[in-house]
Design a protein around this ligand. Structure first.
Ligand SMILES: Nc1nc2c(ncn2[C@@H]2O[C@H](COP(=O)(O)OP(=O)(O)OP(=O)(O)O)[C@@H](O)[C@H]2O)c(=O)[nH]1
Ligand SMILES: [Mg+2]
Length: 247
């Protein structure tokens, strides 16, 4: 199976070099693509110098659009699966092999910070917000998820065919709405426990006000996701993939 590691990156010049060298230790660097999303620093140049492929958006379009670009890139270049991996050093390369292995029998595997076995620490407020979001997403996905907003995940061939045609681009939609879209296409989602590093720098968004806004926004997106019309090209990509797999 050919696996592409896709790194959505916005102004990650401080971290991307280190992230790519740790990736190179576990995955061929030629199979890593950085989607530089209108960065104003030299994220793209550093990534290129490290040997990764770089696709640049002229303007900032958000993580969902960056992943849409990555899925399209993967299909055009003959990959079977795509791993989403953060460019800020929070995701750990030691779980990449586990994500790939867990794809056996699932279309999407999410690396969960909160599944039994993980050791990630977060504040009680943040934790309850995540629990609520995961609970509601689990209902839609008809499977128990503990970390629906994790950006550390792998999409296998069937999910890739669907996501290369259409991927949610609204802020936060890429995390939860992609799960709802996938399950509406009868794709199977599961999760495995992973450890994650704390953010190396920057300001954590933990105020009660921000957490409330964030939750309200996700609940709204989840509601929308259930009534949105699935684009016809998504349904046909899914059918085509199923037929190819059966042949
Ligand atoms: N392509 C693209 N990548 C982005 C954008 N915003 C953030 N990213 C990248 O997406 C990854 C995750 O973003 P973060 O801001 O770290 O999000 P997070 O990990 O959920 O939040 P923190 O807890 O604050 O770290 C990083 O690699 C970022 O560089 C964007 O607008 N476009
Ligand atoms: Mg981060």
């Amino acid at each position: 199976m050919r696996v592409l590691v896709a790194v959505p990156a916005l102004n990650e010049a401080a971290a991307i070099g280190q992230v790519l060298s740790s990736l190179a230790a576990v995955h061929p660097i030629g199979d890593v693509v950085i989607v530089d999303d209108g960065s104003r620093d030299n994220t793209a140049a550093i990534a290129r110098a490290a040997g990764a492929h770089v696709v640049s958006h002229a303007i900032n379009l958000g993580v969902g659009a960056a992943m849409g670009t990555a899925f399209k890139y993967a299909v055009r270049n003959g990959y079977d699966a795509v791993i989403q991996f953060d460019g800020d050093g929070q995701h750990r390369t030691e779980h990449i092999g586990e994500l790939i292995a867990a794809l056996d029998g699932a279309d999407i595997v999410i690396g969960s910070r909160f599944a039994v076995g993980g050791t990630y620490k977060s504040s009680a407020a943040r934790r309850s917000v995540q629990r609520l979001i995961a609970g509601v997403t689990s209902l839609f996905a008809r499977t128990r998820l503990t970390d629906a907003t994790s950006g550390f995940r792998i999409a296998g061939p069937r999910a890739l065919a669907v996501f290369a045609e259409h991927y949610p681009v609204e802020w936060l939609g890429d995390t939860v709405e992609s799960i709802v879209l996938a399950t509406r296409q009868n794709l199977t989602v599961r999760e495995i426990p992973v450890d994650m590093n704390e953010r190396a720098g920057g300001v954590p968004s933990q105020s009660v006000f921000k957490a409330t806004l964030y939750t309200a926004r996700i609940m709204f997106i989840l509601g929308l996701a259930t009534i949105r019309t699935v684009p016809p090209q998504v349904r046909s990509a899914n059918r085509r993939q199923k037929a190819e797999a059966a042949a």
